[in-house]
Write a protein that binds this ligand. Structure first.
Ligand code: SF4
Length: 348
């Protein structure tokens, strides 16, 4: 593979768009603006739950502009990737969020958009004026062999005239080999995503003969090879592996969030989860008074209803002494969000 840089978790590239650079640092918020899409790509990974007109900032189902801004602050986002569904079915919503994020975080907050449409010049001009920095087109795979003859060629050229960084983003399947000349001629970047199984695409993928690499991964056998077979001829290409998206990007984003949300007594793990101790009691006043008697510093615990949360090492130390004042004690590991998913519970 000539001039390729090997990234983490099996990714490789000779070009990274600014959107990808920030994503690799875990600094991009994913803003899912609608689950509605009028295409039906056989490989579409969208879950049933997301196939509705709902808005998510990362994993958070958002209901207001304030929710979106709060999520961006929580992860110290330096940029946002707008995706869906098909975002431009809700063009006004997309324009609104671009303006909102640029107003709150400044023009340097980098925004990229994924679209499966060959957007009109008018739309591209509105997006650029709102502040969109980068656009990634996802043409239907049946057109990859003759893209020059489709409206996507015009849309790519128009997007460039608007000053945006322009690319194509598609899964790494065999048909991707037809797209190389077009990408080079257009001088745009090509993002190849490792093809993945999901609950919703599994039947269609099996029907086309795709298989999992192994039982531990959602990645499709041969997708990486498809990418490496075509990339040496490309000037601007990036292969993003399934495990990179799952493991590295998510972990970096969780660590940033954890650094913003951890209390003084939470331990932040290398995976970006939080570990702390939990003691539940029907007589919380009695439990607090025992903690005071044991000289547990006031900043090393917090009270949530009938629960006291504290440093896990403190709870381990005092477990026997407070057992009679509690009805349940455990050490908990969870995602660093409010009501984040609990990964593990160890009873004491
Ligand atoms: S264009 Fe994107 S969201 Fe729409 S069906 Fe295809 S993969 Fe799914």
């Amino acid at each position: 593979m000539s001039d390729m840089t090997e990234g983490e978790a099996g990714s490789f590239y000779n070009y990274l768009s600014q959107g990808c650079k920030l994503c690799q640092r875990g600094a991009k918020m994913v803003l899912f603006v609608t689950g509605i899409c009028d295409r039906s790509c056989f490989y579409c990974p969208l879950s049933d739950e997301r196939r509705e007109d709902a808005i998510y900032a990362n994993e958070r189902h958002v209901h207001s502009d304030e929710d979106v801004i709060a999520e961006a602050y929580q992860m110290s986002a330096l940029g946002t990737g707008i995706t869906g569904g098909e975002p431009l079915l809700e063009k006004e919503r997309v324009l609104h969020y671009i303006r909102l994020l640029k107003a709150e975080f400044g023009m340097e907050h980098h925004i990229h958009l994924y679209t499966s449409t060959a957007a009109s010049m008018d739309t591209l001009s509105q997006l650029a004026k709102a502040g969109l920095d980068e656009i990634r087109f996802h043409p239907p795979y049946t057109t990859w062999g003759q893209l020059e003859d489709t409206p996507f060629a015009r849309a790519l050229r128009d997007a460039k005239t608007q000053g945006m960084d322009v690319g194509i983003e598609i899964p790494a399947i065999d048909e991707a080999r037809y797209i190389g000349k077009f990408v080079n001629d257009m001088d745009c970047f090509l993002n190849l995503n490792e093809l993945e199984f999901s609950d919703t695409n599994a039947n269609a993928m099996h029907a086309r003969g795709f298989e999992l690499i192994d039982d531990l991964s959602n990645a499709v056998e041969g997708s990486r090879t498809c990418a490496s077979n075509i990339t040496s001829a490309l000037r601007k290409v990036h292969f993003c592996s399934s495990s990179y998206k799952d493991a590295v990007q998510l972990r970096k984003r969780l660590i940033k969030t954890a650094n913003n949300t951890a209390r003084v007594f939470d331990e932040i793990t290398d995976d970006g989860t939080l570990i702390y101790g939990v003691a539940r009691s029907d007589n919380i006043d009695c439990l607090i008074s025992v903690l005071r008697t044991l000289d547990v510093p006031a900043d090393m615990y917090g009270i949530e209803g009938k629960t006291v949360e504290m440093g896990w090492w403190i709870l381990e130390d005092i477990a026997d002494e407070i057992r009679d004042s509690t009805h349940e004690m455990s050490i908990i590991e969870r995602y660093p969000f409010r009501n984040g998913i609990v990964v593990e519970t160890i009873p004491l």
